[in-house]
Ligand binder design. Structure first.
Ligand SMILES: Cc1ncc(CO)c(N)n1
Length: 224
């Protein structure tokens, strides 16, 4: 069994919880409150600034030119396509790019991005991939699931988001990360696989926290 299949099978219970989070479900139905989406967009922009750095670190850690080039293009598409979606939504909400960049990260955004960057900076390529894979993979699956809901992809506010994450290009990004992780773990020991599984589990859990944070618009509770 490929390592990615083992991860996907083993983590199905949490994976399902992520996909059935009210934020995700309501986005598909088109009933999600606009303020929750607005909160998510801003936090996700801050998240993506840090997430993109993982691709830069991946390029630096790549062991061949082809892999290095793929990381470079993932860095480019995250910053210039995925983040362009957020900038476009921000404009619609009357938030300037400066306000977007200078927004205060929520505790969950801080914890998630710092965990990923810690793993990416201190581990090898396989640790870095285990940390970033749940992000690309779960959004791809969520995009596809929501696109299958009749009318969801045409929703005036959420349709654009659904079309981005169910796009062929986003699918290719996720698939490339899956294949590379399988490739680099081809002859890894069971002990190594277990360590990687923990990292994948943690960022999968952080994905849940991120939906939950957005749904509850959760900043530091002691500041309220
Ligand atoms: C929190 C989060 N996870 C994954 C993605 C997909 O890139 C995203 N935009 N945000």
């Amino acid at each position: 069994m490929k390592f990615s299949e083992r991860l996907h099978t083993k983590l199905q219970p949490i994976w399902r919880k992520n996909h059935s989070h009210p934020f995700v479900v309501e986005m598909g139905k088109g009933t999600l409150a606009e303020e929750k989406f607005r909160f998510f967009m801003v936090q996700d922009y801050l998240y993506l600034i840090e997430y993109a750095k993982l691709f830069a670190i991946g390029a630096a850690k790549a062991e061949d030119v082809e892999t290095m080039g793929r990381f470079a293009s993932l860095l480019d598409s995250t910053m210039n396509e995925e983040m362009a979606l957020h900038r476009q939504y921000a404009k619609q909400f009357g938030i300037t790019e400066k306000e977007l960049e200078e927004a205060e990260p929520s505790p969950t955004t801080l914890a998630y991005t710092h965990y990923m960057l810690h793993v990416g900076q201190n581990g090898g390529l396989s640790e870095l991939l285990a940390a970033l894979l749940p992000c690309a993979w779960s959004y791809w699956e969520i995009g596809r699931e929501l696109a299958a809901v009749p009318g969801a992809a045409d929703h005036p506010l959420y349709g654009e988001w659904i079309r981005m994450y169910s796009s062929e290009e986003f699918a290719q990004t996720a698939q490339w990360c899956i294949d590379l992780l399988d490739d680099v773990t081809g002859d890894a020991s069971e002990l190594t696989l277990q360590k990687l599984e923990k990292i994948f589990l943690n960022t999968t859990r952080f994905e849940y926290l991120f939906w939950d944070m957005a749904y509850n618009e959760a900043m530091w509770p002691m500041d309220e």
